[in-house]
Design a protein around this ligand. Structure first.
Ligand code: IPE
Ligand code: IPE
Ligand code: MG
Length: 250
């Protein structure tokens, strides 16, 4: 797909968001509230992922992007980090066949070099296996950071351009880790915090933002519908006036 940029051209505003990007937050608090270890929240969180993948596919969402592990999550206690890694391995093991059977493509983006070799191999083989699937693309952002993404894209952009050169947005964007997807229409963050936490810094430029107090393990198809309904009431102006939109002029 050719990369389209909301700042270069006014994009379409689909009724069902083409691309939904989610910060799945609140697993730890969900568990703590129930006097359970934090890991129980992460385990439950994987179930919520399954439900939301299915709900998005049924509703015709084309790209679902899930923030699973940020470049700053290494700062957590070693025990929690290694547990999250094991959970990632188990989830890949169990879920990839189902995704494939449902014609869903899986992509994992982030600095994967920091993961152990086994996990990297599993990711590569899951991506290869599902590469030709067309119903929906699920992207898992793992060891992802918005700033990492911009910096790695800049590195690729300037490679082969010795000396000073002037670059444009259009030259940078194709090097971003998710250049295969349109910019998100709808961003969802569960867990009550109202921040971006170094998620898709570049791509969220004109995304509609939706924050909910619901902890991720409790997020369901009905919660997704509430978020989509809120999205459907927004006026996406992309810098223009409301009157311009009413007149359908661009
Ligand atoms: C999100 O839930 C999952 C990851 C960051 C891996 P948290 O683990 O951040 O849950 P809270 O925010 O502590 O409740
Ligand atoms: C953001 O959640 C990252 C993921 C959900 C993977 P965090 O829980 O790490 O964010 P902060 O630390 O509250 O900003
Ligand atoms: Mg959190």
């Amino acid at each position: 797909m050719k990369y389209t940029s909301s700042t270069t051209a006014v994009p379409d505003t689909p009724n069902v968001p083409r691309h939904v990007a989610i910060i799945m937050d609140g697993n730890g608090r969900w568990a703590t509230k129930r006097f359970l270890p934090r890991v129980a929240g992460h385990v439950k969180g994987v179930e919520a992922v399954r439900a939301v993948v299915e709900a998005c596919a049924r509703r015709g969402v084309e790209y679902l992007t899930l923030f699973a592990f940020s470049s700053e999550n290494w700062r957590r206690p070693e025990e929690e980090v290694s547990l999250l890694m094991r959970l990632f391995v188990t989830a890949l093991d169990r879920e990839v066949s189902k995704l494939h059977a449902n014609n869903i493509r899986l992509k994992v983006v982030g600095d994967l070099s920091r993961f152990d070799a086994k996990l990297q191999t599993m990711i590569a083989s899951a991506e290869r296996r599902t590469a030709a699937n067309t119903r929906m693309t699920v992207t898992v952002c793992a060891n992802y950071g918005g700033r990492w993404d911009i910096m790695q894209a800049v590195g690729k952009m300037v490679a082969g351009h010795p000396g000073a050169a002037a670059f444009s947005e259009e030259q940078l964007a194709p090097h971003l880790a998710m250049a295969y997807a349109p910019e998100p229409d709808l961003f969802i963050r569960t867990g009550g915090e109202q921040r971006i936490s170094n998620f898709l810094m570049w791509q969220l430029a004109y995304t509609e933002l939706y924050f909910t107090d619901t902890y991720w393990p409790d997020f369901s198809a009905a919660s997704l519908d509430e978020a989509i309904a809120s999205y459907q009431h927004r006026e996406r102006r992309f810098g223009r006036t409301g009157a311009q939109l009413a007149n359908k002029t661009t």
